[in-house]
Design a protein around this ligand. Sequence first.
Ligand code: CP
Length: 336
Amino acid sequence: MNLQESPTWLGSAKLQVDGKGRLRHFLSIEGLSRRLITEILDTAESFASLPEQSVKKVPLLRGKTIANLFFEASTRTRTTFELAAKRLSADVLTVNLPTSSAVKGESLLDTLRNLEAMHIDMFVVRHGQSGAAHFIASHASPHVSVVNGGDGRHAHPTQALLDMFTIRRHKPDFSALVVAIVGDVTHSRVARSQIHALRLLGVREIRVIAPRTLLLRHLGELGVRVFTNPCEGLKDVDVIMMLRLQRERMDSAMLPSGLEFFHVYGLTPEKLALAKPDALVMHPGPINRGVEMSSAVADGPQSVILQQVTHGIAIRMAVMSLCLGSHAAGRERLHE
Ligand code: CP
């Protein structure tokens, strides 16, 4: 299977929504409507106060079984999906892929079929190949939902939505916002999903700031303004979304040294001062301190980076409960 080369998954956005417009799988922001994205954000809002309650659980997914299949490393995504599932009262299985039969050569499809035989209701998938989650969704049994926890360079849709949720909590009017995405856009599934989500929510202006070697083709077609000079691109922005340098996906020709990158593109208090005084500083994590940003900025008063992590739980609860179809009853129960 070479998903990177296969164009078939690109056209499968319609896989995500059933005949009644309800979420069936959550694979990418492309193909979803503004109404559906807003419904996810609103549902997450109803879950966000749960940690303040003495019992941090709701029984929405009691009796459901969710399997986390992480073929790539993760700290935030894997643990917040697991916590989100537990807070929805689901049974959660995190398959330890480095010690699974995948290392003996078992195919993705055979792994899927064997887990399906255990009556799994949902797979959360992270995979190094673009299109892996679409591939699983298109081969899964009809009752099974698939959620993309990040596939290759293609998409990281729950990350984009937890980012939108974090922005909305501080700055609710997207139509007034200028948002800058800074860094390694070429290899970033996060940036692709962020751009689609920001466009869908009607943000005033999206800027991408990166060295020429780390840009994407066709950004202009997405209505994005491109800057190679951060001092121009950061001027008067409302939100700065930094990206991680994805060294594991680069060849050596494009690999700038950390120090070089930081010197020009790294977010320092001086560069942050070019943005609006109340600009939000975001990063999906993990941060390379001293490469993408200084600790003074990462830990400073404008940083909402740890809020992003917290909001990941509510967003993932919303996505899982909407995909498995019990959100309406659940929201009523939550507010009883
Ligand atoms: N933001 C993000 O995807 O982090 P992890 O790789 O730790 O899951």
